[in-house]
Design a protein around this ligand. Structure first.
Ligand code: ARG
Length: 459
């Protein structure tokens, strides 16, 4: 029977099922580096306060570096009784450096330790997710830049609405992602406060220098209340909110592109690298990458709602319910990391069919421009809306396209129509008229590209 770290007062054996039920090592081993780094800093702080000698400190640090190296090169051997990453590392440290290992945990609890490990882990992981997100934005912006002259139908209710630039559509997603990136940066900053030095719940009995610890571990400050420090997992919740919203954004562009890649639209075609075939129908090329992205948004939201349900109602400070915080955090991080890279891959390799987009533009999409033509002649907009509507109806009744009505037809609808009404029948003009900031004109879209590029290059 291996000795339990916390076994002093226990006499009865634990049900082996309970051992397995209690263990978190199979998932929290992912935090081995954070755990070793946290312990190394903790050794330095202990020596600084003469709780251990400098020699002991160096022995401990040497041992911890070996433990970390074993994990790194996959030679760390788990043993029965390695309940979680903290106990496993301490057990191995003891084997490597002997009884001095027993001094490492002085004043520390797994409660402040695990909270610290998780913040270190998430801080680093979130930074790499942020890099993937910025790469996705950069790919989208580059594509928008290159394909700025491509025109397409813009939709509301999935019904053709007004002509827009394809780049304007692409950038509408890039802007959502920019807001996601800013929120992620802010949450990384908020979570970067140190719980270590809070003990189990009541504080540290050996006057450890928490500011020193914070500095050593790259935290900008320490958490101000020890009870709060060991019970707070708001940073996990916030990350899961963030991940859920970002995946909702991914699911929406995925849905757009699934629709655009259907035979009926034919605006885009996914690269083979991001599609799959059918086991039965030889002609099929399915946008599985996009469907998975859309589906995984549900999975991440599930992690968030599952965690929130475990988190609610937990009494103050540490309770074992909190061990349920890690798997949703890991799973959401993995899903986001994968999804952002796949989305970037899809967007950078996809083919577009500008002729097909252009061919889907129809004259009725200029009905608003027709009303605006009359506005420019001084007719109040509410009236022009009706007049243009009457023109649409007339064309429909005659089964012709709106621009096929004659100048006399228009003049019969309102005296302000002139022979220059034919100038309305240009998709380019419609688009270029929308040249305020945020519009779809070339200059407005170019400005958006510049804004996003300078945000990206600012770091
Ligand atoms: N494996 C535990 C967790 O993830 C570490 C903290 C254990 N603390 C305790 N008092 N049992 O939450």
């Amino acid at each position: 029977e291996p000795k339990k770290l916390w076994g002093g007062r226990f006499t009865g054996a634990v049900d082996p099922l309970m051992d397995a039920f209690n263990a978190s090592i199979h998932f929290d081993r992912r935090m081995y580096a954070a755990d070793c780094i946290g312990s190394i800093a903790y050794c330095k702080a202990l020596a600084k306060n003469n709780i251990i000698t400098e020699e002991e400190r160096d022995q401990l640090i040497g041992g911890l570096e070996k433990v970390m190296a074993e994990w790194d090169n996959k030679t760390f051997e788990l043993k029965a009784g390695d309940e979680d990453i903290h106990t496993a590392n301490e057990r191995r440290l003891g084997e490597l450096v002997g009884s001095v290992a027993g001094k490492l945990h002085t004043g520390r609890s797994r409660n402040d330790q695990v909270a610290t490990d998780m913040r270190i882990w998430l801080r680093d992981e979130a930074s790499s997710i942020l890099a993937h997100l910025k790469e996705l934005i950069s790919i989208t912006v580059a594509r928008a830049d290159k394909e700025i002259d491509v025109l397409m139908p813009g939709y509301t209710h999935l019904q053709r609405a007004q002509p827009i630039r394809w780049s304007h559509f692409l950038l509408s997603h890039a802007w959502l992602w920019q807001a996601d990136a800013q929120r992620l940066e802010q949450l990384i900053d908020r979570l970067n406060v140190l719980p270590l030095g809070s003990g189990a719940l009541a504080g540290h009995a050996f006057n450890i220098d928490r500011d020193f610890l914070a500095k050593e571990l790259g935290f900008h400050s320490t958490i101000n209340n020890s009870l709060y420090a060991v019970s707070d997992r708001d940073f996990v919740a916030e990350f899961l909110f963030w991940a859920s919203l970002t995946m909702v954004h991914i699911s929406r562009i995925a849905e757009d592109l699934i629709i655009y890649s259907s035979g009926e639209f034919g605006f885009v075609k996914l690269a083979d690298a991001y599609s799959t075939g059918s086991s039965l129908m030889p002609q099929k090329k399915n946008p599985d990458s996009l469907e998975l992205l859309r589906g995984k948004s549900g999975r991440v939201f599930g992690s968030m709602s599952g965690f929130m349900m475990s988190y609610k109602g937990i009494p103050s400070t540490y309770n074992k319910d909190l061990q349920e915080d890690k798997e949703p955090m890991f799973d959401a991080a993995d899903t986001l990391s994968g999804s952002l890279q796949i989305t970037a891959g899809v967007l950078s390799t996809m083919n577009i069919f500008p002729e097909k987009m252009r061919a889907s533009l129809t004259a009725d999409m200029l009905a608003t421009d027709l009303a605006e033509y009359l506005v420019r002649k001084g007719v109040p907009f509410r009236e022009t809306h009706h007049i243009s509507g009457a023109a649409v109806k007339l064309a429909e009744d005659r089964q012709v396209s709106l621009h096929e009505l004659s100048n006399d037809d228009f003049k019969s609808l309102h005296p302000s129509f002139d022979d220059d009404v034919s100038s309305v029948w240009s998709f380019e003009t419609s688009i270029e008229n929308r040249n305020t900031p945020g519009g779809t004109s070339k200059s407005s879209v170019t400005a958006q590209i510049q804004q996003l590029k300078s945000w990206l290059s600012a770091g």
